[in-house]
Design a protein around this ligand. Structure first.
Ligand code: NAD
Length: 251
């Protein structure tokens, strides 16, 4: 049973209709945070589950890659929940094709969510946190692919590498305001998005070859987020936490 150590805080989590983002939103709500969520799909199910924890919640159907939509979303967060203390940049897209087959639209879609979405949300949240007088927390859900040239995934890999670098730069820029910025790099996690790329059989067979004998679960990423945004991590900023079951040590 988690403690309600985030009571009184307001969190924004992106990409929360399913998968890791949904698990993160529920974990923060269980710990007492009010939670604002956005997704370009319907996330009403997540909203209802958040409210069951007795906290305030807000859902807006938005594309994180669209600047105007995100300005409107953060304005709604300010109006309805009053503040933002925690931002979790989770929403991402990946269109997997080799370089020679990629179309500009594929890359724009991937970077819209995975790169521009992170920029828009981080800038808007940081401005609100500074205006509130700090402190605050920003967590990127990055990927181990930021450092691995996984083929047919170059727009996504590149976006995650850029996010990891920007997180470190922003950690230094925002440290004087008491705003910590960290990155979690998941390994292979069993989510609906990942199942677009792998069959049940592949997940079972390939999963058994991983060091821990299985894929990770969304709640295992969510618990790492909850640690990083808590006071237990008060001296951790500009860091990267791999939550990958040691997959990067054997490749
Ligand atoms: N699952 C994995 O194995 C894995 C590994 C490494 C990193 N990650 C990262 O974890 C995060 C979550 O991954 P997941 O597997 O849960 O993904 P998922 O595809 O299951 O869920 C992603 C959610 O984000 C939403 N979303 C996508 N683009 C959006 C946009 N432009 N605007 C608003 N919402 C948008 C989707 O609708 C969906 O609800 C991503 O940042 C991903 O890169 C996942």
């Amino acid at each position: 049973m988690s403690t309600r150590n985030l009571q009184g805080k307001t969190a924004v989590v992106t990409g929360t209709a399913r998968g890791i983002g949904q698990a993160v939103a529920l974990e923060l709500a269980e710990r007492g945070a009010n939670v604002a969520i956005c997704d370009w799909q319907d996330a009403a199910e997540t909203l209802i589950a958040i409210e069951k924890h007795g906290v305030c919640a807000l859902f807006e159907r938005r594309d994180v890659g669209d600047r105007k939509q995100m300005e409107e979303f953060f304005e709604a967060v300010r109006e309805e929940l009053g503040r933002v203390d925690i931002l979790v940049n989770n929403a991402a897209q990946s269109i997997r094709k080799p370089l020679v087959e990629l179309e500009i639209g594929d890359v724009q879609k991937t970077w819209g969510a995975t790169l521009w979405g992170v920029f828009h949300c981080s800038q808007l949240a940081a401005r609100m946190m500074i205006a509130q007088g700090g402190p605050g927390n920003i967590v990127m859900i990055g990927s181990v692919l930021a450092h691995i040239p996984y083929v047919n995934s170059s727009p996504y890999n590149g976006a995650k590498a850029a996010v990891a670098q920007m997180a470190c730069t922003w950690a230094l820029e925002l440290a004087p305001h008491g705003i910590r910025v960290n990155t979690i790099e998941p390994g292979w996690i069993d989510t609906p998005g990942e199942r677009n790329f792998a069959t049940e059989e592949q997940i079972r067979e390939e999963g058994a070859k991983l060091p821990l004998g299985r894929l990770g679960r969304p709640d295992e990423i969510a618990k790492a987020v909850a640690f990083l945004v808590s006071d237990d991590a008060s001296y951790i900023t500009g860091s990267t936490l791999r939550v990958d079951g040691a997959v990067t040590l054997v490749k």
